[in-house]
Ligand binder design. Structure first.
Ligand SMILES: [Zn+2]
Length: 107
């Protein structure tokens, strides 16, 4: 089970500008995000940049990460005040049609 932090409603809306998404390797994310992280985001020249893990193919998971990071682009502070917790169970997928392997490493 993974617990995600969703942005509070005031930050949980589409970004009013261009969103540029980059899929980076673990090492690139460490460099780009200045430390161990699954993902990060920043705003530059009005553009919301999001770095997502390259090896992650779980679309639901990526959607949650994207929503979280867009919340930051919308001004949600990095210490996650008023976050809404949601629980995500990647194993729930196994009950569905054979969807290939799914392994998450959150170290
Ligand atoms: Zn965050």
């Amino acid at each position: 089970m993974i617990v995600f932090l969703e942005p509070p409603a005031q930050y949980d809306h589409p970004y009013a500008g261009r969103v540029v998404e980059q899929r980076l390797s673990r090492l690139q994310i460490m460099v780009t995000c200045h430390g161990p992280a699954e993902s990060c985001s920043w705003v530059g020249n009005g553009v919301c940049y999001i770095a997502l893990p390259q090896g992650e193919n779980d679309l639901r998971l990526l959607a949650y990460i994207r929503q979280h990071e867009i919340g930051h682009c919308n001004g949600w502070p990095s210490h996650h005040p008023n976050a809404r917790r949601i629980e995500y169970d990647p194993d729930a997928k196994r009950a569905g049609p054979a969807n290939g392997r799914l392994k998450l490493e959150l170290e």
